[in-house]
Design a protein around this ligand. Structure first.
Ligand code: GLY
Length: 470
């Protein structure tokens, strides 16, 4: 007999539509989903036994929803960082007894970028870029702050990244050459951030980026294959940083521009952090506590940031090619006995389609946008219909989209992701783009160079040049 299981999913966008998808595709379990969502995501609404919208993903409201259904829910899984940082696991577990897959509040490492840098300094100092922490406690006047900052900029030859301690505080992260090209502009960004708390100013690292993720049951780390995220809004890595316009993974565990030695060094680094940080017999680090952005420099990789949640879109490159039943993986995470997972030997490419003013556009839309379609419904049916041609090798995951009066509308953030799955990156990309082009309406647009041959070759050449320089 098929076993029944009830799962609470705390959802933000396409990343959680992918979680919903792999749970519902379980062959061993009859899965009933209780989804708390940021919006009326059409995919999740269709798949869920119960679906509720809590736009601010407030942990008290999430807990209230779970408490009223605690007899039907066996465990919960959380994608977005805000409820993790606010302690959703601690509150839900304490009040309802439902075990949650995400770290406890204490281990929500993205809550403080300063604590992150200090942890790495203690455990793996070689991976930290050179950094300094500034705070209004030590800098009494604007003049004093400017002098201290400029002394540090002299050492960094101006190539600096300015990061507020708290996520999304003040003006957020600013990068020399992207957000500012003069010291005055950098100071303005820094000073505004400083009014909201401590600020890190660290050296800007040149290289190629990869995302590392690992499942964790609190006791064992199970590393997942590397993925490459495309953070910039426009083709050729131009424009402002976004949540990620797309991502790819190769059929094996490394990316085309990485060596096995790069991967081994990453594993050594993450294991050292894990050994230092986790407490034996505690399952506090449950979920994906290590989603790390690494920058490969040709010498040792550096850590740009660490989050205690799965990457969006990066985890979408992984979940659909898991050979293990995802419900079993979840149970093993909860039982503390997840020691390995198996994956299909497939490459995956995810491309996001985004609304007209995403990525820094205000009133001026990119040329590719059809202005007549702005605010009109989006038709996903032709993209879904491609599963007749490709079977489960194509996945269409709505993100910031809302079901309203039977129509689907794009909201403000990334609207919909399409994943292609194939033995090689090129074919996976073709499938993803065919799906993207089948999505009509809503004036959506996308980056055309996600996982393109040209983009990947450029990364490979860049790494070759960096390795030669060492
Ligand atoms: N793709 C970037 C992130 O998940 O933070």
């Amino acid at each position: 007999m098929v076993e029944k299981v009830g799962v609470l999913v705390v959802s933000y966008g396409a990343r959680e539509a992918a979680i919903v998808d792999v749970l519902k595709r379980s062959r061993k379990y009859d899965v009933k989903l209780y989804v708390v969502d940021k919006q009326r995501n059409p995919f999740n609404v269709e798949k869920a036994a119960e679906h509720v919208v809590i736009p601010d993903l407030d942990v008290e409201k999430i807990c209230h929803f779970a408490e009223a259904r605690k007899d039907k829910i066996d465990f919960g899984i959380v994608g977005p960082e805000k409820p993790i940082i606010e302690g959703v696991r601690d509150i839900v577990e304490k009040r309802t007894g439902i075990p949650m897959i995400c770290p406890t509040k204490e281990y929500a490492i993205e809550a403080s970028k300063v604590q992150q840098r200090l942890l790495f300094q203690e455990t793996v100092p070689e991976v930290n870029p050179r950094f300094k922490i500034f705070s209004l406690k030590d800098l009494k006047t604007m003049d004093e702050a400017k002098k201290a900052l400029y002394r540090w900029l002299d050492e960094l030859e101006d190539k600096a990244v300015v990061k507020p301690d708290k996520p999304a505080a003040g003006k957020g992260v600013g990068v020399w050459g992207d957000h500012f090209t003069t010291r005055e502009q950098l100071f303005e960004h820094f000073w505004e951030n400083l009014q909201h708390g401590a600020v890190i100013v660290e050296e800007k690292i040149e290289g190629e980026e990869s995302s590392f993720q690992a499942f964790c049951d609190g006791k064992h780390l199970v590393p997942l294959p590397e993925t490459r995220d495309y953070k910039r809004a426009f083709d050729g890595d131009k424009g402002p940083n976004t949540g990620g316009m797309g991502s790819y993974k190769d059929a094996g565990e490394v990316l085309p521009f990485m060596t096995k030695a790069d991967r081994e060094k990453e594993l050594e680094i993450v294991n050292r952090i894990f050994e230092e940080w986790h407490v034996a017999d505690s399952q506090a680090l449950r979920g994906i506590p290590f989603y790390l952005a690494f920058m490969h420099t040709g010498n040792e990789p550096k850590i740009l940031e660490n989050n205690s949640r799965p990457g969006d879109p990066e985890i979408i490159n992984i979940l659909p090619v898991l050979k293990d039943d995802f419900v079993d993986v979840c149970y093993k995470i909860l039982d503390g006995n997840l020691t390995s997972v198996e994956l299909e030997r497939e490459a995956t490419v995810l491309t996001y389609k985004v609304p007209p003013n995403y990525g820094g556009y205000a009133e001026t839309f990119p040329d590719c946008v059809n202005r007549d379609e702005v605010g009109k419904p989006v038709d996903l049916t032709k993209a879904y219909a491609l599963s007749k041609k490709y079977g489960d090798k194509i996945r269409v995951y709505p993100a910031s989209m809302e079901l309203r009066n039977g129509e689907t509308y794009a909201l403000k953030s990334r609207a919909v992701g399409v994943l292609g799955i194939a033995p090689d990156i090129e074919t996976a990309r073709e499938i993803s783009l065919e799906g993207i082009n089948a999505i009509k309406g809503g004036a959506l647009w996308y980056r055309t160079d996600i996982a393109s041959k040209e983009h990947i070759s450029k990364s490979v050449r860049h790494m070759e040049a960096l390795r030669k320089r060492m």
